[in-house]
Ligand binder design. Structure first.
Ligand code: MN
Length: 237
């Protein structure tokens, strides 16, 4: 059987001393190849027709981590705790998201990717967890990326619970934003003890999953985290 092709939405790296680069952390690529599929990196583009043409060619999409989504997408002004935004990436990814939805392509959103999924479907975000969540846990760990830092409680009866087969999972955490109001058609599938939503999924038959942590960084040494990618590719096949 031919391998499935997963489009991975990428980021722009802008530094003072180098030209701009289009990139994605390697863990996204290796998690997809380990699951038996072919990763195809999709650059940030301003040609919407080109984006739609690429989306038609892939079997599923992975929305990766990165900058904050501009709050105008959920009808808020930028708050004091808003981080770096990248409007051209927002525009490019929203087009990819809406077109992929229209074609019912399976979607996996990681960190910013989960937030994009929520905002794209009409949900809102906490712009800065330390400012807006009293007694919040530390969600921006300083430990290595592959190491877990906080436990998430997985909601029973969800697809995520089926995949992990356990109620408590140790995950890494590199975010300062989170889902505030969940988009219609989605349910939270994991929480940390401070009430922050750490994962979500569609309640319909279109496979759309989001996780707030970075399973792609843990999967190199965590068979449990690799299960998420394996299950996603199984949905795509
Ligand atoms: Mn977290």
């Amino acid at each position: 059987m031919k391998k499935r092709i997963i489009g991975i939405l990428t980021n722009i790296l802008a530094t003072q001393d180098n030209p701009e680069r289009i990139y994605v952390n390697r863990g996204y690529v290796t998690s997809i190849t380990r699951a038996g599929a072919i990763p195809l990196l999709i650059p940030v583009l301003d040609d919407m027709q080109a984006i739609r043409q690429i989306i038609e060619e892939v079997d599923g999409l992975l929305f990766s981590g990165g900058q904050d989504i501009h709050p105008h997408y959920y009808k808020e002004a930028p708050g004091p705790g808003l981080g770096e935004v990248c409007l051209e990436r927002d525009i490019s990814e929203m087009e990819a998201l809406y077109y992929a939805i229209s074609l019912k392509k399976p979607l996996l959103g990681i960190c910013r990717g989960m937030q994009l999924l929520n905002v794209g479907f009409g949900g809102t975000l906490i712009q800065d967890i330390p400012r807006e969540v009293t007694t919040a846990l530390e969600h921006r760990q300083t430990a290595k990326r592959e190491e877990g830092t906080h436990e998430v409680e997985v909601v029973t009866g969800t697809r995520l619970h089926d995949i992990f087969g356990q109620k408590s999972v140790l995950t890494n955490s590199f975010h300062h934003q989170a889902v505030k109001e969940m988009a219609p058609g989605f349910i939270p599938t994991a929480y940390t003890a401070d009430g922050v939503i750490e994962a979500m999924e569609s309640t319909g038959n279109h496979c759309m999953w989001g996780v707030q942590w970075h399973p792609e960084a843990m999967a190199v040494s965590s068979p449990l985290m690799q299960k998420l990618f394996d299950a996603f590719i199984a949905e795509v096949s």
